[in-house]
Design a binder for this molecule. Structure first.
Ligand SMILES: Cc1cc2nc3c(=O)[nH]c(=O)nc-3n(C[C@H](O)[C@H](O)[C@H](O)COP(=O)(O)O)c2cc1C
Length: 328
């Protein structure tokens, strides 16, 4: 993975800080990243107030705690520095611009070895009487709105928190056509079992996964990654079809695009659904999502599913899938 991108994946919100003050050079770099954020039509509507002064830092923390409804807490988690981002509401994209500046700064903070956390409620905080006085003191236009705070400091713990699992199913690829081999071309006689032996979902995923591994399309770990994916969400598609496929990390163990189909005439329980057709998909690069998409299209077509369930040999399977050769 690109170093810069990897850095962004490793950034975490830090909620425990050392009291030690950060260096000015580090603070400057974080602010630079905010200043250089993109903004709608390049209007640069953001203002940054960087607070190192402990008195002001504590005042802001107590104002924020009051908005939060927990007046005796420190919502800044003991971080010694806070940057408040404001944006001028006369710019139509001010909110997006402010959020983007904060995002840039969070990543920059991580890059220079600082911990950071976005702390919310800046809008409400600076709508209070004290907040409005501070805006005046800081010479900010009356039209600004508080977007968020970025608290900064050295993390108290060496190990960064683990990232929450990512919602990979929130990513949809709408790929350029023609490039991908059709499902019918990938599936072959060796990758289809018409009478599977598995009795449980896990066994079925292993049985279908075993085929792609034995065909040297993926390493052993890919099967575990398919099971991992299944823990995150069920790959049951409907109409008795399930499509096991690995996580983004598991996909690194795919060597060659391959797919298998195992049929269970009695059905296998997939989280309360009876799956009679279990596919295992392993696509190299962009092939992967395309394969999953092609199988999803097949699963939604009741005629095709019925034909696959009734097939007496591989030729019948080919015939059933012929209409789904989407990308010729
Ligand atoms: C708009 C926004 C508001 C947030 N407000 C707070 C907050 O008030 N307090 C806090 O502890 N974390 C806050 N966070 C941090 C999120 O809780 C954190 O980003 C999320 O749990 C994901 O964790 P990660 O940043 O480590 O990936 C906020 C994040 C965003 C983007």
């Amino acid at each position: 993975m690109n170093e810069f991108v990897e850095l962004m994946t490793k950034r975490r919100s830090i909620r425990k800080y050392q009291s030690k003050m950060i260096r000015n050079a580090e603070l400057d770099q974080v602010l630079y990243a905010g200043l250089y954020a993109a903004s709608g039509m390049g209007r640069q509507p953001c203002y940054f107030i960087a607070v190192r002064d402990p008195e002001t830092r504590n005042l802001l923390s107590s104002m924020n705690a009051r908005v939060l409804g927990q007046p005796d807490t420190d919502p800044f988690y003991g971080a010694p520095v806070v940057i408040i981002v404001f944006a001028d509401t006369t710019s139509p994209t001010y909110l997006y611009d402010g959020a983007l500046a904060l995002g840039n700064m969070m990543n920059a903070a991580h890059a220079v070895g600082l911990g950071s956390c976005w702390i919310h409620r800046a809008k409400e905080e600076f709508e209070t009487a004290t907040g409005r006085l501070l805006l005046k003191e800081w010479n900010l236009p009356e039209t600004v709105e508080g977007i968020g705070h970025l608290v900064l400091g050295y993390p108290a713990e060496e190990e960064l928190p683990e990232a929450a699992p990512r919602k990979e199913d929130h990513v949809t690829f709408l790929m350029e056509k023609k490039e991908f081999p059709a499902l019918i071309e990938i599936l072959n006689e060796k990758s289809v079992i018409l009478e599977g032996t598995a009795k449980t979902k896990e066994e079925a995923i292993r049985e279908a996964g075993r085929i792609v591994v034995d065909l040297k399309c993926a390493g052993e770990e890919y099967i575990e990654s398919m099971l991992q994916r299944e823990e995150d969400f069920s790959t049951y598609l409907g109409n008795g079809v399930a499509i096991a496929h690995g996580t983004v990390w598991g996909r690194k163990r795919i060597f060659k695009t391959g797919v298998s189909m195992v049929r269970y005439p009695e059905g296998v329980d997939f989280d309360g659904n009876r799956a009679t057709l279990v596919f295992a998909a392993a696509g190299v690069g962009d092939d992967h999502m395309d394969l999953v998409q092609q199988i999803s299209v097949a699963a939604q077509n009741e005629t095709v599913v019925a034909a696959l369930n009734e097939a007496t040999g591989f030729r019948d399977i080919q015939e059933a899938l012929r209409n789904l050769a989407l990308y010729k």
